[in-house]
Design a protein around this ligand. Structure first.
Ligand code: AKB
Length: 331
């Protein structure tokens, strides 16, 4: 039997760095696309890499036609903060790009559908104010899906579209995860609203001062990137009969910005972390849930994260960053 192939879009971003080796461990070959040329370290792990925009449908059609992927991991997206500033670009990339790719994955009705993995976001939720947010606690997938920003609207629409198309013979088997803030030791995100958590930790590891752009009490769910990648791969491999829905919540821990700061200080007592809230980003954080209920992900496909806040720092982030920044300092 030939090796299954996965197309990974936005492969050079935060998730791609850990997803590609995880797919290879499962015996899956990777074809990767990104807007900018991929690092040599990623290129050498792939069957083929292409530098192109997600909107270049002819390039994607050629790639899909030649490799007939079993899986698509559609990671290319404009994140929340940037989406609010450039809503037209966000719509083109996040919505048009997704719809075109879904159509390119169409197969003959008698063939096995492509498994189309779509990272969605806690931005699909919209709580009207901080009091309601606090009262709501850990929200279920069906609650408060009234996004307050462009990015959340983009993501929610694509979730609904993907679920709808799944019911059409030949169209992809669409599966989505509503990711909380992701924290990676390997890379820093760009253009997100939850970026303060990884930025705070990376700054401390490098001995740089940091001003957090949300209030001390701002509370959101987070998870480490390895837990996020594990979730994505588990859901991709899950038997279709086990799935009770098309979009799932996942989380590792739910913390206030001040809790993350305190945990960072345990490892980096000299860290200089202050607060200088940005009203535009605070508005989004206030509308996103303080936690999510991930019972269905646990039950349907065995989601089981390794890292709470304290393990995230002690078992993953601090050791990995020590290596990373020592290597950078050593040249
Ligand atoms: C962002 O902040 O935009 C992302 C997300 C929650 O989807 N991290």
């Amino acid at each position: 039997m030939s090796q299954p192939i996965a197309l990974v879009t936005g492969a050079g971003g935060e998730m791609g760095h850990l997803l590609i080796p995880a797919l290879r461990e499962q015996g899956v070959g990777v074809i990767a696309l990104d807007l900018v040329e991929l690092d040599e370290s990623i290129r050498e792990q792939c069957v083929e890499t292409v530098t192109a925009s997600i909107l270049e449908t002819d390039v994607l059609a050629d790639l899909i036609g030649r490799h007939t992927p079993t899986y698509v991991f559609h990671l290319a997206a404009v994140l929340s903060r940037k989406a609010e500033i450039e809503p037209d670009l966000a719509h083109r990339v996040n919505v048009d790009g997704t719809y075109e790719l879904l159509k390119l994955c169409r197969r003959a009705p008698e063939q096995t559908p492509v498994r189309f993995m779509f990272p969605s976001s806690i931005a699909v939720y919209g709580l009207p104010n901080p009091t309601v947010k606090q009262e709501a606690g850990a929200v279920k997938e069906t609650e408060w899906t009234v996004p307050s920003g462009v990015y959340g609207c983009n993501k929610l629409y694509c979730e609904l579209l993907g679920a709808h198309l799944t019911r059409t013979p030949g169209m992809p088997d669409f599966r989505s995860i509503r990711f909380p803030g992701l924290i990676s030791a390997e890379t820093l995100p760009a253009g997100g609203t939850t970026d303060y958590a990884p930025e705070m930790i990376h700054a401390a590891a490098q001995g740089r001062s940091y001003k957090c752009f949300v209030l001390r009490d701002a509370k959101l769910p987070f998870m480490t990137m390895p837990d996020g990648i594990d979730a994505l791969v588990r859901l991709a491999l899950a038997d279709p009969g086990r799935l009770s829905r098309r979009a799932y919540n996942v989380r590792g821990f739910a913390s206030k910005a001040s809790d993350i700061r305190s945990e960072v200080l345990k490892h980096y007592p000299e860290a200089d972390i202050g607060f200088d809230p940005d009203p535009a980003r605070q508005v989004l954080v206030d509308s996103w849930p303080e936690d999510v209920d991930d019972t269905l992900a646990q039950k349907d496909w065995g989601f089981s994260p390794k890292h709470g806040l304290s393990q995230a720092l002690s078992d993953y982030l601090v050791p990995a960053m020590k290596k990373r920044y020592a290597a950078v300092a050593g040249g």
